[in-house]
Design a protein around this ligand. Structure first.
Ligand SMILES: CC(C)=CCC/C(C)=C/COP(=O)(O)O
Length: 286
């Protein structure tokens, strides 16, 4: 018995769909056009299939007119290609809007410290403490202080690179926030201290990017005992969770923020300023 592939030579790729004609099943591609050598019964099936018919009905009149005939595939401009192009983006759109709906619903459920009279309002001060612990100002000020106080070249090098990483984080998060412009959740009370104008937007969470980047930085460059390493990881996670519990962010803002911060650390490593690089830079400017 011939294999289903052998029935329709010259085509590959795309998702296989079983089509039946005279009780026999064939493989058809949803994404590739049928070529001229397609068996006539397959071409006929495109017109009779209810899904295809529905999709074709939603075609714009211009495109319908442009195809020249109702069985456009016969002229080489087959609907299967159009269907493939139309179907996939709409599937992606449906998937994205479902994800967005779940995100909004989950974020609202988790925003239990959004104000004092929320269900977990009594935990709000603790969440705000976590917010301060991940804010840019204490991190920049603390790093600058350690850089100033450090009397070893190695310590200065590490602190200088952490400082550069923090600045890079502020710039990159600012750029993404300005491009995406996603509003903060409606239940958020905008009572954060020391913010930039882009901080009225929520995607991504600047606290999450900073926590992820600094967490990786501390684990890689400070010799820490195991319990302290666990504490660093716990702090990163709690900073992220507190953003959603305070109602500052949606879950996806924090998840993306963690990923972005993780990648930013790789960038810091790539752009690492060694004493030699610094000397070179200072020598050039002098
Ligand atoms: C003023 C400085 C130096 C930093 C601003 C830090 C800040 C308030 C970021 C916003 O974080 P979220 O996006 O997580 O709300």
């Amino acid at each position: 018995m011939p294999s289903p592939k052998a029935k329709n030579p010259g085509r590959s790729g795309g998702s296989p769909v079983l089509g039946s004609s005279n009780g026999r099943y064939e493989f058809m591609s949803l994404t590739k056009p049928l070529n001229r050598s397609s068996p006539p019964h397959l071409l006929q099936r495109q017109g009779s299939d209810p899904t295809t018919a529905r999709l074709r009905a939603s075609e714009s009149p211009t495109r319908r007119r442009g195809s020249g005939s109702s069985t456009g595939s016969a002229s080489g401009q087959g609907p299967p290609e159009e269907d493939g192009i139309r179907l996939n983006p709409s599937l992606i759109r449906v998937a994205l809007s479902s994800l967005l709906a779940i995100d909004l619903w989950l974020s609202k459920q988790l925003g239990v410290c959004a104000c004092e009279d929320s269900s977990w309002g009594s935990v709000r001060p603790l969440m705000k403490l976590l917010e301060i612990s991940g804010h840019g100002i204490p991190w920049l000020a603390g790093t600058a202080y350690c850089l100033y106080k450090s009397d070893s070249a190695a310590g200065q090098e590490v602190m200088l690179n952490l400082f550069m990483g923090l600045l890079l984080d502020l710039i990159l998060v600012g750029i993404v926030k300005a491009l995406v412009r996603r509003r903060r959740p409606a239940h958020n009370r905008m009572d954060m201290f020391a913010t930039f104008s882009v901080d009225r937007y929520s995607f991504p969470s600047g606290h999450a990017t900073r926590a992820a980047m600094c967490g990786r930085f501390l684990l890689a460059h400070l010799v820490l005992a195991a319990p302290l390493r666990v504490l660093v990881l716990l702090w990163v996670g709690l900073v992220g969770l507190s953003r959603v519990m305070l109602g500052r962010h949606n879950v996806t803002d924090v998840v993306f923020g963690f990923w972005m911060g993780y990648c930013q650390y790789n960038l810091v490593e790539m752009l690492w300023l060694s004493p030699q690089t610094l000397q070179g830079l200072l020598g050039q400017s002098a």
